[in-house]
Design a protein around this ligand. Structure first.
Ligand SMILES: NC(=O)c1ccc[n+]([C@@H]2O[C@H](COP(=O)([O-])OP(=O)(O)OC[C@H]3O[C@@H](n4cnc5c(N)ncnc54)[C@H](OP(=O)(O)O)[C@@H]3O)[C@@H](O)[C@H]2O)c1
Length: 248
């Protein structure tokens, strides 16, 4: 049975990587999905094509979540096209490593604007459309407990995501809106390839410390997002699910 039939989802940053896998997985369970992207139009359109080819419903919507008007327009597009909103996946994120000595204002604001402000702006725009049974899923990171060197700013953004998840779970709980986080370990995506993590010594060290002995794949995270979006997770809110093959 399709667990998300009749529901509408917005997935931010869904043109590639984890977001693309989540968008396809939500659609496969029956949700109509808004596939947001910042710059990769072709990637977003490929996700929409894959969803529709499988018999699902999806549209691509451009917009940076870091801009209030664009975050609002993204949510407006979901309402105009599908008439409701049940699931918001705050996945859009950027990451860059830097030693303390190399941290700049640009490095700081580039990550905080998307990973923290963008999450707040998208959730703020979505809030009034969400009702009983709605699910907000924040893609955080296992870095918040692993504390890898050279990640002070990125880890700080995800620490903020963990904190915001708890606060919004408390704030929106009275309206029966659930807010949870998924904290992935390293996942093989376009982003981790471009950043040079995949194939690096950094990856080898992480895999060696991972009980299940591999890096994650986007589908590993997408399946958890489907669970959190569904009524199967009706008693979970304010949780941070570490999805890392056991790496702690
Ligand atoms: N991969 C990992 O190992 C890992 C581990 C833990 C947590 N995470 C988190 O998981 C999320 C996805 O990571 P990923 O590896 O899949 O990343 P990715 O492959 O680099 O994809 C990032 C996505 O975010 C979008 N995006 C970037 N800035 C945006 C903005 N301002 N507004 C809207 N969309 C924006 C990109 O859109 P465009 O392509 O159009 O620019 C793209 O769709 C991030 O929040 C990341 O921090 C990743």
């Amino acid at each position: 049975m399709s667990r998300l039939e009749g529901k509408v989802a917005v997935v931010t940053g869904a043109s590639k990587g984890i977001g693309a896998a989540i968008a396809k997985a939500l659609a496969a369970e029956g949700a109509a999905v808004v596939v947001n992207y910042a710059s990769s139009k072709a990637g977003a359109e490929a996700v929409v094509a894959a969803v529709t080819a499988a018999g699902g419903r999806a549209i691509a919507v451009q917009g940076s979540v870091a801009k209030a008007a664009e975050a609002q327009a993204l949510i407006d597009a979901a309402i105009q096209t599908y008439g409701r909103l049940d699931i918001l996946v705050n996945n859009a994120g950027v990451y860059a490593m830097a030693l303390l000595a190399d941290i700049t204002e640009e490095h700081f604001h580039g990550m905080f604007d998307v990973n923290v402000l963008g999450l707040l702006l998208a959730t703020k725009a979505a809030e009034k459309h969400l009702g009983e049974g709605a699910s907000v899923i924040n893609i955080s990171s296992a870095v918040t407990s692993l504390s890898p060197p050279q990640s002070a700013v990125y880890t700080a953004t995800k620490g903020a995501v963990d904190a915001i998840t708890g606060v919004l779970a408390a704030e929106l709980g009275a309206r029966k809106i659930r807010v949870n986080a998924i904290n992935p370990g390293i996942v093989e995506t376009e982003g981790t390839h471009t950043a040079g993590f995949i194939g690096s010594e950094f990856e080898s060290v992480f895999v060696a410390q991972t009980p299940l002995g591999r890096v994650g794949q986007p589908q590993d995270i997408a399946d958890i997002a489907v669970f959190l979006a569904s009524d199967d997770a009706r008693w979970l809110t304010g949780e941070k699910l570490v999805a890392s093959g056991g790496l702690r």
